[in-house]
Design a protein around this ligand. Sequence first.
Ligand SMILES: NC(=O)c1ccc[n+]([C@@H]2O[C@H](COP(=O)([O-])OP(=O)(O)OC[C@H]3O[C@@H](n4cnc5c(N)ncnc54)[C@H](O)[C@@H]3O)[C@@H](O)[C@H]2O)c1
Length: 211
Amino acid sequence: MEQNKIPQATAKRLPLYYRFLNNLYQQGKMRVSSKELSEAVKVDSATIRRDFSYFGALGKKGYGYNVEYLLGFFKSTLDQHETTNVALIGVGNLGTAFLHYNFLKNNNIRITMAFDADESKVGNEVGGVPIYHVNELEDKIKGIEVAILTIPAEEADATANRLVDIGIKGILNFTPARITVPNHIRVHHIDLTVELQSLVYFLKHYSLDEE
Ligand SMILES: NC(=O)c1ccc[n+]([C@@H]2O[C@H](COP(=O)([O-])OP(=O)(O)OC[C@H]3O[C@@H](n4cnc5c(N)ncnc54)[C@H](O)[C@@H]3O)[C@@H](O)[C@H]2O)c1
């Protein structure tokens, strides 16, 4: 099955499924029902069945899904066999936390270098990741296609432009700034304030018991 045939909404849920199935596999579980999966990843079972049908994984009544088969599919679809190197820009509160977080525990994504404008941080390592001056961006980033932005909002646009010029293809933007990039660059924006507001809104208006 070609990856581009999977709808985007389904593709977005893949890492979620992958993480849960990987845990099951580590515990030696061979099969899982869509109900079990649904409760764990908080996606309704009908959506899970539809998602899985795109991978040719049809659950059997009374058996559920084969964990190993699904995991094999997700591994190849999510490129878990390859390691993706990522650069982080801005080693402040948020950036420091990310550098300490071991992404490799769950999948093959690794922050290999970080950049900051603050001279006192340059030359140090955080979580084993070297910090370079942001002036060195063009010299140091080679073969890296993904960057995480954890800098002040007012620096976001100019930095994103530089990253695009270097050849970065994807940006995970944690700043509240909406950055403008050419169409071929993928930007995922994570705004924790919006996420929190949305959670509070859902709590107020959509009780989970009513679903
Ligand atoms: N801290 C949080 O919990 C949190 C949560 C959500 C979003 N954010 C957003 O994430 C971003 C970072 O937040 P923070 O709390 O880590 O801020 P911070 O001030 O602690 O860190 C920002 C870092 O970026 C560096 N910096 C400044 N200009 C730079 C540039 N041009 N190039 C490279 N580095 C540069 C600074 O020296 C500093 O180390 C902000 O946009 C903030 O709004 C933070």
